[in-house]
Design a protein around this ligand. Sequence first.
Ligand SMILES: [Zn+2]
Length: 238
Amino acid sequence: MTFRLTVLGTATPYPRPGNPCSGYLLRTEHTAVWVDAGPGTLAELQRHHRPDLLDAVWISHTHADHAADLLPYYYALLFAGEHPHRPIPLYGPPGLAARLETFLAGADHNPAAAAFDVHELHDGHHAEVGDITLASHAVDHGLPAFGLRATHADRVIAYSGDTGPCPALDTLADGADLLLCEADGAGPHHCTPEDAAAAGRRAKRLLLTHIGHTLTNAEATERARAAVARPGETVVIK
Ligand SMILES: [Zn+2]
């Protein structure tokens, strides 16, 4: 039994050379879920998994640094000779489908539906994707936004999405084998490294991500006493 988190990118609010924006790949032996599709992550994803063979995509919120690569992903699925057996299940905040349709509008009436089977998240939403359970909790980010608690067997990987400290962040973290928590540092609606550390004490392990422009990785690590996720690294939960 292994449950793996691969870091595709952590940058915000725009991708840097060698570091896309927010994106992660959750994998078991049988299931693969792309968690957040920040710009640059579709390319990195391909080092690890075929994009057309993903079991689902989960999007925390519609800020571009978490969702923009859904657009090239649409083209990859429909216009590059890839043939998914069915539209890829896409879990995201209310309004995500309309956002995609607006950008993709062209000859087709409803283009996104050809590529994606969209499921709107709500607080407490549960989805079974292969052998991973995805539980979504509404968090505090100033717009509809969710954190994720992903369970495989009895192992839990939690992800804050973008949020300030809030009860839902604590719920996400409670007893998790790994908490991947943002430490943007530029509030409101974001965590400081100390906020991430406080949530991290509820989990067995804390990994920081999404370090904002007011911080360096070294400062975030020192203040939270936790490592910053490195692009390309894979954390294995056994
Ligand atoms: Zn955001």
